[in-house]
Design a protein around this ligand. Sequence first.
Ligand code: PMP
Length: 294
Amino acid sequence: YYNSSTQLYLNGEFVPAKDASTDLYSQSLHYGYAVFEGIRAYNTHNGTRIFKAKRHYERLKRSCELVHIPFEWDIDELVRQTYKLLELNNLKDAYIRPLVYCNPNMTLSEPSSVNIMICAWEWSAYLGSKQVRVCISSYQRPNPKSTPMEAKVSGHYVNSILATTEAKSRGYDEAVLLDQHEFVAEAPGANIFIEKSGKLYTPSLGHILPGITRATVLQLCKSLDIECIEKQITARDLKQADAAFLCGTAVEIIGMKSIDETTFPLKWSDSLGATLQRTYKCLVLEKQNYEVFI
Ligand code: PMP
């Protein structure tokens, strides 16, 4: 992720990544009390462009608010500094990781000092480009009454790591987690859509991360005249779907080949997901009519 010349942004300054460190008495390290973002920059015809940068920093701010971490930075300034970070590191296509963390405090009360760091590295599509074999995880997503699941909180990702590790150990590429009522929620780091009889369905908000890619897919559906319904989806709905896909900043749009032992009957290239995958690529690369969506 970094080498001897990599710079990262830390509380208003650029510093060599190899010299940056954190306090071992950090509330974030001990309790997972931090929030973060995952953003992508693309090398487009118009130069390096960070896709929906402002939206991501707005979600970072919202995540902080939901868990009472003070957020005192200017969003436009963070976007400017992120472009500068890419320039300093000579990155054109990049994954960008802002992290807001608290240092030092061993109590369970409000943070004593809050920091922001932003780093970036080259990262190809997180799950590759081939359709993925997915299993339903034995882990559920945490109950939104115990922690705000719409915030991108570091501690929530213990659940994601457990689900991913389990899926891989069972020979699958990825997991899908159900919520506490056994409805389909999301993948460890992506949202999910299913296709049935020419329509798309995706779990409604409330117990999942409000994905920026998910919102983009909904916008694309509108402009492509694809009907997409947000509703509760059961594991049975998922298994009886014609096709399905995952979407997120890191994975972009990736088709699902199967769920548990059930292979989806529709050929990926004939699915609505494949159309959306192509359109999404055009959008992030600013290839055609992209202004409509940003
Ligand atoms: N759900 C979870 C749990 C995630 O970690 C992510 C990745 N941030 C997503 C959904 C997709 O969100 P986005 O499209 O904003 O990357």
